[in-house]
Structures are given as C-alpha cells and as structure tokens.
Design a protein around this ligand. Structure first.
Ligand SMILES: Cc1ncc(COP(=O)(O)O)c(C=O)c1O
Length: 270
C-alpha cells in the first residue's frame, strides 16, 4: 500500500509531483508534442520547461536524459501521437536522468507493454494511471500513482487531506474489481482503432501506429483547419492543434463503430 497514492484524477497527481519536487526556476523536461498540461503546471509552479522535439518516428529524443531536469515527464503512449516507447528505452532513461522520471500511463491499457515493473527496482520512477480512459470513468476523477514510498511520502505532504471523496473510492474499487469489463472495453476500442486506421489510410491520410484510444492522422503539409471545421459543422468533433508541426494533423478519438463510419463518410465527402 505504501507504493500507491490515489489522486483526484491523474491531473492532480501531476500537479502534486511538481509541487513536491520543484523550486522556482528548476528545470522540468519533456518531449513535445505531448499532453499540454505539463507545460501549464510547470509555469504555475514557476519552473522552467525544457521541451525537446520528438523526431518524426516519435522515438525518445536522445538528449532527454541529459537535460539536467529535476523532473522528466514521459507520456507513454504519447498524446497526441499515440506512439509507444518500449521498456528498455524507458529504463535507460530512468537511469540517465538526474531527478524523477514520471511515466504518465493514462493510455497504457490500450498498449501491449507498461512500465509498472520499474517501480520496485528504480526509486526515481513514478508511474501514473487513471480510470478516465480504459475504464471510461473520466467523471469519477480517480488516478493512481505508483512509486517508491519516500517519493510518495513527499507527494502526501502537499496534497489535500481528503482529496478523493468516499463515493469515488467506492466506485473505483468496484471498477478495479471488474478488470474483465475494462478489458472488453479495451478490446472493442482496439478493434475499432484498426478499422479507423485502415479507413483513414484509404482516404490518403498518413496514420502513425497508435497504441492509445485515438489516432493521429496527417495529410503532410496540408492544413487541416478547414477539415476540422467541416466536420464540426456536421457535429463530428476531432482535435486539431493549431501549433507548428501539427497543423496538418487531426487527432481522432476512437468512438463507436457507427461514429467512425459517420466520420469516414464525412471525410470522403469533404
Ligand atoms: C496524457 C494524459 N495524462 C493525464 C490525463 C488526465 O487524466 P485524469 O482524468 O485522470 O485527470 C489525461 C487526460 O486527458 C491525459 O491525456
């Protein structure tokens, strides 16, 4: 039990890590593009965000481990790319960084491997999980941190005493007690993800191999703002990031089979 801390969603746990570990101007490193909250939380805490661009194939930037950061974030599988960094590379990174390595595994139930096994061996690794994605329980606000007891003791000193209410606790226990239901949910989403990927490729998109519950589809060099707007006009909501390097991409969440069919039809017509 002393290796686990429960949070009000994994977003709270991300905030607690920074509150517990960094002083103003301390460096916090992460590859980009990634979950945008990291940058916001670092700014709120007065830290210095050290961002390293992923290469095109979304392997780890080699300089990440040498960034002299007090905290390093690795979103794995990564959002918005959906790509997965394999275990040997994560372990090597954990051994190379100076401070804490936070492996944000919000989407890991959709992937074939995870880094939980590193926690018992490496005291600077913190693995974050959530019930918001694979369990489809985002409104419950329950996240889990797995790490060395000393690391978690530091997080406990800066958290609210009663950060997770009694009702979410009961519901989370019920959800975690029924892993087959989660796995059935994941299997359905992975099957639809394959169909979505093939459909987008047929329409001429480059689609990165996704290990998450969304895919990043790209028309290289072609701004996807008009496509996202045309879809929104038909009540089909996909993510378009108006930032350099992602303007030609759409992040599509794997919905139901009917929703995916509607999306593919609308894209074919646009
Ligand atoms: C990479 C990543 N980490 C963490 C979270 C936060 O999840 P939670 O609902 O557990 O706060 C999200 C949610 O979008 C996410 O995409």
């Amino acid at each position: 039990m002393d290796h686990i801390l429960v949070g009000n969603g994994s977003d709270e746990l991300l905030a607690l890590v920074l509150r517990a570990t960094i002083d103003p101007r301390d460096r916090v490193a992460f590859p980009v593009p990634t979950y945008s909250l990291y940058e916001t939380l670092v700014a709120a805490q007065g830290g210095e965000a050290v961002t390293l661009p992923f290469p095109e194939d979304f392997r780890l930037p080699p300089a990440l481990g040498r960034a002299r950061a007090r905290v390093t974030f690795l979103c794995n599988p990564n959002s918005p790319s959906g790509t997965l960094v394999r275990l040997p590379a994560i372990e090597a990174l954990a051994r190379e960084v100076d401070g804490v390595l936070v492996v944000d595994e919000a989407y890991v139930d959709f992937a074939p491997t995870h880094a939980l096994g590193l926690v018992g061996r490496l005291p600077n690794v913190l693995v974050l999980r959530t019930l918001s994605k694979s369990f489809s329980l985002a409104g419950l606000r329950v996240g889990l941190a797995f790490g060395h007891p000393e690391l978690l003791a530091g997080l406990r000193t800066v958290k609210d005493s009663y950060n997770v209410g009694r009702l979410p606790q009961v519901a989370a226990l019920a959800a975690l007690g029924d892993l087959p239901a989660m796995r059935a949910n994941v299997a359905r989403i992975r099957a639809t993800r394959d169909r979505l990927t093939a459909g987008l490729q047929r329409l001429g998109f480059d689609v990165l191999p996704s290990e998450a519950n969304f895919v990043l589809a790209r028309r290289p060099g072609v701004d996807q703002t008009p496509t996202a707007r045309a879809l929104a006009a038909r009540d089909i909501l996909v993510r378009h990031f108006a930032v350099p390097g992602l303007h030609d991409a759409l992040r599509v969440t794997v919905g139901t089979d009917e929703e995916i069919d509607a999306l593919l039809e609308a894209l074919a017509a646009s």
